[in-house]
Design a protein around this ligand. Structure first.
Ligand code: KIV
Ligand code: ZN
Length: 527
């Protein structure tokens, strides 16, 4: 298959498999979602994280659309060294001039210009003809080429465009100097085989296709974005346009983590990316937190349940051999370990696993009795935590060695940082400390870390807001990682910072100050 390497992308290929270039558009297509808007500082932080993740191209924004977007493209261009920085435009000269200006500090730059290619767009968006649209496309590429060598052209709504016409358009813009051709399924319409055939058709019918690379950009309106992307690269495309967590307009874009892990998991595809997969979980949480877009728990790769097993049959299988029920090891994507969730659907293997983890030694006959007791308890609860098991086993919880005293938080807008002062009573002795943080909650938790002298890793943090008239508060559930073990904490308060402090202290009480009577642990069950 004839191929041309992107002129502005370093090829780090170490083996003979096909490199798939990762074009991340979290900060452009992803950020278009209402409520997800970021300021320049936040965008720069995400861009740097994308660089660490190993993406090849960062689409940093649509500079003509707002002064904020213009500034973000410029600041990202300054802050990022390795990936190509790309700016979006319409096939309009002013857009292209502004984009070129915003990219002036980029070490490696690309302009992404384009126009609609389906008859819907040609007729109802541009009130034009197929011929005139190709003329505009060619003119835009030639104009952009005056400023930047690396020009990506998008044929918007290519998913619904006539393949013959699309091929003419693609051939014309490559002749005009386009180096990358983006074939967006803008409306998420195509079936995987249709989209794959479209790419194949272009590979076979565009005479100068060897002078550019084809890029796939799929939307998820019918839930097929990832499948379509894989169909595209299986038929000759070599760049994928993706977002972290699949965020994007309407049902979103193809998710980066899914494509990266499919390529990594399926060696028969004979492809590779430069994605450092162990960074995936971290960047997923960062994007979700900054953009205020929770990740659905059952989201592939990065959802909270992606490595959680709750039915008895699966738990037994995964305890015997992880690969019985997992195609990816959690560490590969930066998750510490698979979790075996205890519910009324869990079996004895899972129960024994958790009791062993909590140091309860138990033989086969005892397990039978304990399991019956467990089922009665589990029937009345959504899930069972360590405390429930300890109480069930006759252990004693001594959870209140740390009590919360006064808490004061002063919020601040940039460049001032929020500051918190927290007082705790530990074993009857008063302690207090202050700390700053990225937000009021973060500052309060940092102050607690200063008192206990540990830097704890927050694994998950969920807030369920409560609004009573003019009073706002919330329920906070969190998980803290300490010495390779996870501790759950829960808090509920009219003030969300207080609810967070309660939850954090609740988790710390469990990790540092729990006592379980040794003789009862060995005996197994209290009568
Ligand atoms: O979905 C789409 O067609 C786009 C283009 C602007 C590239 O996002
Ligand atoms: Zn798009």
């Amino acid at each position: 298959m004839p191929r041309l390497d992107l002129p502005m992308v370093k090829n780090k290929c170490k083996d003979m498999s096909n490199k798939i270039y990762i074009f991340d558009t979290t900060l452009r297509d992803g950020e278009q979602v209402p409520g997800c808007q970021l300021d320049t500082h936040e965008k720069v932080l995400i861009a740097k994280e994308l660089e660490t993740l190993g993406v090849d191209v960062i689409e940093a924004g649509f500079p003509i659309s707002s002064p904020g977007d213009y500034k973000s493209v410029m600041e990202i261009s300054k802050a990022v060294n390795d990936p190509v920085i790309c700016a979006l435009t319409r096939a309009v000269e002013k857009d292209i001039e502004v984009a070129a200006e915003s990219l002036k500090y980029a070490k490696r730059k690309r302009i992404h210009t384009g126009i609609g290619s389906s008859d819907y767009h040609i007729k109802y968006k541009f009130n034009s003809t197929r011929e005139k649209v190709i003329e505009r496309a060619v003119a835009a590429v030639k104009f952009a080429k005056k400023y930047v060598e690396d020009i990506e052209f998008y044929a918007e709504d290519a998913g619904r465009a006539d393949n013959q016409y699309l091929a003419q358009m693609v051939e014309a813009v490559i002749a005009a100097g386009a180096t990358v051709i983006n074939i967006p399924d803008t409306t998420g319409y195509c079936l995987p085989w249709q989209y794959g055939e479209k790419i194949k058709y272009l590979m076979e019918h565009v005479s100068n296709i060897h002078k550019a690379i084809l890029s796939v950009h799929c939307h998820n309106d019918l839930g097929m974005a990832t499948a379509n992307t894989i169909a595209g690269i299986s038929n000759g495309a070599r760049q994928v346009e993706v977002t972290i967590n699949g965020i994007g307009e309407r049902a979103g874009n193809t998710s980066l983590e899914e494509v990266a892990m499919i390529i990594r998991t399926h060696s028969t595809l004979n492809m590779h990316t430069d994605i450092q997969s162990r960074q995936l979980n971290k960047i997923s949480q960062m994007v979700s937190g900054m953009m205020n877009m929770p990740v659905q728990p059952n989201k592939a790769i990065v959802g909270a349940n992606a490595f959680a097993h709750s039915s008895g049959i699966h738990q037994d299988g995964v305890i015997k051999h992880r690969e019985n029920y997992e195609v990816i090891a959690p560490e590969e994507v930066g998750v510490d370990q698979s979790s075996i969730i205890l519910t009324a659907r869990s079996g004895k293997a899972a129960l024994r696993y958790h009791l062993n983890r909590l140091d309860f030694k138990i033989d086969k006959e005892e397990l039978e009795d304990v399991y019956q007791k467990f089922l009665i308890m589990a029937d009345g609860n959504k899930d069972i935590c360590d405390d429930d098991l300890i109480v069930m086993m006759g252990g004693e919880l001594d959870d209140n060695k740390i009590e919360i005293g006064d808490v004061q938080v002063v919020s601040g807008s940039k460049p001032l940082k929020p500051v918190a002062t927290v007082a705790l009573n530990i074993d009857g002795n008063p302690f207090s400390a202050s700390a700053t943080g990225s937000g009021a909650i973060n500052a309060a938790l940092n102050a607690i870390n200063n008192i206990i002298g540990e830097h704890l890793i927050l694994d998950t943090f969920d807030v369920d807001s409560l609004v009573h008239g003019s009073r706002e508060g919330g329920k906070v559930s969190l998980r803290v990682l300490y010495n390779d073990k996870l501790y759950f904490g829960y808090g509920e308060h009219d003030d969300i910072v207080m609810a967070s402090v309660q939850a954090y202290v609740n988790a710390i009480n469990k990790m540092k100050f729990r006592t379980v009577k040794a003789e009862e642990k060995v005996m197994g069950m209290a009568s």
